[in-house]
Design a binder for this molecule. Sequence first.
Ligand code: MN3
Length: 247
Amino acid sequence: MSSKNNSRREFIKTTGKAGIALGLASTVIPSFANQLFKNNVAGIPYTQQPLPYGYKDLEVAIDALTMEIHYTKHAAGYAKNLADACTSENVDTKSVSLESLLAKISKYSAKMRNNGGGHYNHELFWQSMTGSSGMKPANKLADAITKDFGSFDAFKTQFTDAGKNRFGSGWAWLIVNADKKLVIGSTPNQDNPLMDISELKGIPLLGLDVWEHAYYLRYQNKRPDYINAWWNVVNWDVVQKRFDAAV
Ligand code: MN3
């Protein structure tokens, strides 16, 4: 066969790959969400789940009264309003995962956006904390943190800054982006990186609530003190599982 044909074949192969790469850019969030399920990381259910610890168990970082009000009032409110929005906007919660709903949130109401995000973010937040304080990342996640941020301390500083500098209410995030890299960022209000309207896009591994309701009773205006204490209650086993599923 002539080399001309071969090079044409090469060309088709290459442009074909480029096309797939371009396609991935727009569908990366739903496929990442599906990836989580494939790897047996459970999606976040539409209903509020029991806390994996008691209200008092995170005292080293968050006081029991804040935990109780946060879980039974704020977060419960998001779950209830999400259920209402799903009813009025005809979302079949048995066939549509919360992750894929969030990936198309621009098609729904502001109520769905605020409460779908609010519910998802809080469920992830509760899961990502533990009463066994002082854990650290291990294995592949520890390696990736060192690779993408330089060191664990550099990562912590960058994440802490993302939370400190989020103006008003919102969340700081560690995510895996479309290139399977670890990225730190923040979102306003109850938005999150799964949402198609979010500037920061990827699979959330770890999220920190920096709304005042999350810390005001103990820390008042001192958000950085809350963030510094919060590092002691991060459940790195959970973050590791989400990382393993996302890459
Ligand atoms: Mn909150």
